[in-house]
Design a binder for this molecule. Structure first.
Ligand code: ZN
Length: 402
């Protein structure tokens, strides 16, 4: 029975020197034709018992495999994918396939979008493997891969934010439902250990969004009934990711959001139509602008006065407020930490698209994997697994006491 099994205390770890190295885009090592033989794919990117490689495009070569999986469109996962890709089939979600084709110009013939929650059989070394894509609750198009290899079950989460509501309350036939209700065992869990430290206790996304709406409301109050007061709201975002927070704020206040044309083009292939209705590429129509996360500092933000107030007869902004939605901005007191300087303010919102430490522990408590394979800072796999197991023991003690 899955519930009676003990988690292994030792994680798999590769001794390869490239274990922790995440080569940057354009690194000469990612050129398929010049790849050196010692540029080995780390074990945490290989699915046990198959020739499947997940998020390992830097290591692609003829002798490795013809079956590549891409969990989502973030550069630390698709890194190594180039327009001249010809190393094999790339399995991913439809939104991710659209982005890889549009942004990286990879030939469509190599892209194989998988239907969400629907088992698909893919051959590995002549043997059938069943693969199911599940919602990873990360950025648009992000998936977890569930592999059934003979009698072995493996889950690779890519990057994920664990949520019982999203991951365990789907259809009863969902593999995670079966595992959580102990009708099926999970042999291996490839885990996103971004916040693998007990100090990373983050509010839920809903709580972080609610706190942001309150801050936003305060700004609206400040401007109420005074035409000389007008606030420009800047939301930091990555190429994709963090959409939920600014779209939720816009929807709550009946506003629309400005994004530049490049971002609009990207979002148009991953977001549903009803979300696209909340976006515009006309700055003058919106008081919420999406900007690169790196622009949210006291040095860069004043430049936005010049950009936003360039039309002499348009109502001018007298204040700019930036919102930095990132899990790294946790504080000891309150949810949001703020900095003010003159007519500028920056609110750091602990809005995360990765699992907090208690959520990682909850994931282990629900899925009871026989083996954990950390995929972040993999050179510290052993320590990470120990920290997780300690978290699990402490949680069980707390539950027994209550
Ligand atoms: Zn990611």
């Amino acid at each position: 029975m899955a519930g009676s099994r003990r988690l292994e205390t030792t994680a798999r770890i590769t001794k390869n020197r490239n274990d922790t190295a995440e080569p940057g885009k354009g690194n000469k090592r990612s050129r398929y034709d010049t790849r050196k033989e010692d540029w080995k794919c780390p074990l945490y990117k290989k699915i046990t018992g198959t020739d499947f490689v997940v998020d390992g495009f830097h290591y692609a070569k003829q002798s490795l495999t013809k079956n590549y999986f891409l969990s989502h469109y973030h550069s630390d996962h698709y890194g190594g994918l180039l327009s001249r890709w010809n190393m094999g089939t790339i399995y991913c979600s439809l939104p991710t396939a659209n982005l890889v084709s549009q942004q990286l110009r990879v030939d469509r013939k190599f892209l194989h979008p998988l239907v969400m929650n629907q088992p698909t059989i893919i051959e590995s070394r002549g043997k059938p493997v069943t693969v199911t894509c599940l919602d990873a609750n990360h950025c648009p198009g992000a998936v977890m891969f569930f592999f059934e290899i003979g009698r072995k079950q493996i889950l690779h989460v890519g990057d994920f934010r664990w949520s019982r509501e999203i991951m365990l309350h789907g259809p009863l036939s969902s593999p995670l439902q079966k595992i959580a209700s102990q009708k099926m065992e999970l042999d291996e869990l490839y885990l996103d250990t971004t916040y693998c430290n007990e100090k990373y206790v983050l509010p839920s996304q809903a709580k972080a969004i609610k706190a942001t709406i309150t801050m936003f409301e305060n700004e609206l109050e400040r401007c109420k009934g005074n035409s000389l007061k007008r606030t420009l709201h800047l939301f930091g975002a990555y190429t994709i990711g963090k959409e939920k927070i600014y779209l939720s704020v816009a929807e709550h206040f009946g506003l629309i959001v400005y994004v530049d044309k490049a971002r609009y083009r990207i979002l148009s292939v991953v977001l549903p139509k009803e979300c696209m209705k909340l976006l515009t590429t006309n700055k003058e129509l919106a008081t919420i602008w999406v900007v690169p996360m790196s622009h949210l500092n006291m040095k860069k933000m004043p430049e936005y006065f010049g950009i936003a107030n360039s039309k002499p007869f348009a109502p001018a902004y007298d204040r700019i407020v930036g919102y930095r939605p990132t899990g790294w901005s946790i504080t000891r007191s309150g949810i949001i930490s703020s900095r003010n300087r003159g007519n500028l303010a920056i609110h750091s919102v602990p809005y995360s698209e990765h699992s907090s430490f208690p959520e990682l522990v909850d994931c282990l408590a629900c899925l009871k994997p026989a083996k954990i394979i950390p995929t972040v800072k993999a050179s510290k796999s052993d320590e990470q697994v120990k920290v997780l197991l300690k978290g699990l023991r402490n949680r069980q003690t707390v539950l027994r006491l209550s």
